[in-house]
Design a protein around this ligand. Structure first.
Ligand code: ZN
Length: 344
């Protein structure tokens, strides 16, 4: 697979390839951006391109067919070390039990010490450049991150540390400041919907999943028909809530706030719906709505509330989303959103 197959990431890929061509790869890279947009793949392609024996390597493009490229793809190249959560590594048969404890859901300090103190103190085996890929880097607990600091400051020669993260801002500032950040963008909804349709999803379902995915192909693919139906019902329910009685809001917030991901997706879908309400106001009967089968509820809302009110609800919903990202209680975030909608 060449770099060109990483869709929608021209900027990040351009940065990496330019650095490779100049032979000036930074020793600490932070590949940051939403889940499921190709960060992990980019890290592997980078390691391949830097160690490729094929003719395309001069253009900073891995051939995918030579010995090093194939070893890296299979995860068995001795100079390309991939560190993941212990649990993931145990599943892949890359983890040995120590002192009888179960594998952690984190990347723990022992794993980092093993790489830093043992593996990186050895000479390179066969590659031109050594890579340590920590994916996902935000799974490192604080001790593990601290154990990596010194190596990030003074890495061994010809070694690049690649931190891959969907939550880069949760890493310690000391880690972030020692890395060159390579930003990966959320994928545009239109492009995601086209991908899903090409994979056989019905058009309406593809649009919905794309709108809910936060720009992540991985997330969009994981939203099946049943998950989408549940989110759609949530929006129907929220469309029917009014300012007079707080009891249904609280019931709604409790039910839909039992799970963080579900609460976040509900908010994202509510934003799509509120946009539909604005479109319905502007274009009337012939409006092209994303959530076509919620048209009656959308028309009713467009007739009942004014544009300024819709925009205020958009703002409140965005605030709830950002609270959810910052670990607020999902039920309280939804309740706060509804209080803001009706009594803000
Ligand atoms: Zn190759």
């Amino acid at each position: 697979m060449p770099f060109s197959e990483l869709i929608g990431q021209d900027r990040a890929v351009g940065m990496l390839r330019a650095a490779l061509s100049r032979g000036a790869l930074h020793h600490g890279l932070l590949l940051a951006g939403p889940e499921g947009v190709g960060k992990g793949t980019a890290a592997r392609l980078l390691a391949q391109a830097a160690n490729c024996d094929g003719p395309s390597a001069r253009q900073a493009e891995p051939c995918g067919a030579c010995g090093p490229c194939r070893k890296i793809a299979r995860g068995v190249h001795p100079d390309v070390l991939v560190v993941s959560e212990e649990r993931t590594m145990a599943r892949e048969g890359r983890w040995e039990p120590r002192g009888g404890r179960a594998p952690s859901r984190d990347i723990v300090v022992d794993q980092i010490r093993d790489v830093v103190d043992r593996r990186l103190s050895l000479k390179r085996f066969e590659g031109r450049r050594r890579f340590v890929i920590v994916d996902p880097a935000d799974a490192m607990n604080p001790q593990a991150q601290n154990a990596l600091l010194k190596t990030l400051e003074e890495p061994p020669e010809d070694t690049t540390l690649v931190l891959v993260s969907g939550a880069a801002d949760s890493l310690l500032p000391t880690i972030r400041s020692r890395c060159l950040r390579v930003p990966f963008a959320p994928l545009p909804a239109g492009l995601l919907a086209a991908r899903l349709e090409a994979a056989g999803r019905p058009a309406e379902q593809a649009r919905l999943a794309a709108a809910l995915s936060g720009g992540s192909l991985g997330r969009a693919l994981s939203l099946d028909a049943r998950a989408l139906e549940a989110r759609r019902r949530a929006v129907e329910e929220i469309a029917s809530l009014g300012p007079d009685d707080a009891r249904p809001w609280i019931a709604f917030a409790r039910e839909r706030g039992s799970d963080r991901d579900a609460a976040r997706e509900t908010c994202q879908l509510v934003l799509v719906w509120l946009r539909d309400v604005l479109v319905r106001m502007a274009a009337g009967d012939g409006a092209a709505l994303v959530l076509a089968d919620l048209a009656p509820a959308t028309a009713a809302a467009a007739a009942r509330i004014g544009p300024a009110e819709v925009l205020r609800r958009v703002e409140r919903t965005r605030q709830a989303l950002s609270a959810l990202r910052q670990n607020a209680s999902p039920a309280l975030a939804l309740e706060g959103m509804l209080i803001g909608w009706f009594h803000g």
